[in-house]
Design a protein around this ligand. Structure first.
Ligand SMILES: [Zn+2]
Length: 344
């Protein structure tokens, strides 16, 4: 596995200056300039992250609004910290990651029943809008992280989406779109995607398999979706039942090494809460405290290397909407503590 790391580091050095700098900037966010009235950790949120689903659906769509509600209610954040994204454009999706055919079909509802089943969602206009806001949110979180060092969205992490199809509740690969978007505009040259969702980031791994400018690091439960794994630059496959200590040992072994050798100038962090012991799809055994420690440690470690960190919430599954939404706020609570402890 170390060998894999070093190969990508070498290739990256060779092609560091080869990215296309001629693409015109497309306006995709409403707030990209420093606003002196804004205080504290940037939190990217939009009510448009939510679209209508049947209440018994396995994917708890309302978790995005509910976790935001808890962040305000528990005084973790205030409204001055909130950045509102715009919907990502069709053009950006195509120039970065997705095929024109797929985006045209997805936007217009030309997705077959079999294909819809694979994604876990019945197509609707609201679903398209939701995905566009969520991807716009990840783009804005990166923009905010580049300006302020650290930022968190209240959505994002749709890592099973491939260029030409969706899969496993993921329709557009927001992290891949954001990584490519900022590389193509020469805002960053090397991006590390740290994917700690319990499922392998197969779409992301596939998209960047031959891209020396993006390093994909996935820590996941081996005996879990997707059945057929892709090859990330570094995959750590865990056995069922792994708990806090063993989990952190693995991340502690690899993340510092990747940061030191690949030397990214941006990290996108997928803080999926599905490794939690009570997650309905997880198979791992992390506690609330374990997730908090994980998130704090990852963000602090990345920032200690002087690298901006943009965070997305990733997966989490429970029948209990409130329990799940609160679990997703662990990321924002840990980020707030990192922000305060580091005097940002
Ligand atoms: Zn997951």
């Amino acid at each position: 596995m170390v060998h894999t790391v070093l190969i990508k580091v070498h290739r990256t050095l060779l092609s560091k200056h080869s990215v296309n700098s001629k693409l015109k900037c497309v306006r995709l966010v409403s707030q990209v300039t420093k606003d002196k009235t804004r205080r504290g950790l940037p939190i990217v949120h939009h009510e448009g992250y939510v679209s209508h689903l049947p209440p018994d659906h396995r994917f708890k769509m309302r978790k995005f609004e509910r976790l935001f509600y808890y962040l305000l209610k528990d005084n973790v954040i205030d409204r001055k910290q909130v950045w509102k994204p715009e919907r990502v454009s069709r053009k950006v999706l195509i120039e970065t990651v997705h095929t024109q055919e797929y985006i045209d079909d997805f936007f217009s509802g030309q997705i077959g029943v079999k294909e819809q089943k694979k994604t876990g969602f019945e197509w609707s206009r609201g679903l398209v809008s939701r995905c566009r806001y969520e991807t716009g949110g990840t783009l804005l979180a990166v923009e905010a992280a580049l300006q302020y060092g650290l930022a968190c969205s209240t959505g994002g992490g749709t890592h099973h989406a491939f260029p030409s199809h969706g899969s496993g509740f993921c329709l557009i690969n927001d992290m891949a779109v954001a990584a490519r978007y900022f590389i193509l505009r020469n805002r960053v040259s090397k991006v590390l995607i740290v994917d700690l969702d319990v499922h392998q980031g197969d779409g992301t791994a596939f998209i960047f398999a031959d891209d020396p400018n993006v390093f994909t690091f996935s820590v996941h439960c081996g005996k879990n979706f997707p059945l057929h794994k892709q090859k990330s630059d570094l995959d750590v496959s865990l056995e069922n039942g792994v708990g806090d200590d063993e989990y952190m040992e693995e991340i502690g072994k690899w993340l510092p090494l990747i940061l030191e050798t690949f030397r990214p100038d941006l990290v996108i962090y997928d803080a999926g809460v599905d490794p939690h012991q009570k997650d309905a799809l997880g198979n791992l055994n992390l506690t609330d405290a374990g997730l908090f420690h994980r998130d704090y440690w990852v963000m602090d470690r990345v920032l200690s290397h002087g690298v901006p960190c943009a965070c997305v919430i990733g997966g989490g599954y429970s029948k209990d909407l409130d329990e799940l939404s609160l679990r997703h706020t662990i990321l924002h609570r840990a980020a707030t503590k990192v922000w305060t402890d580091r005097g940002m």
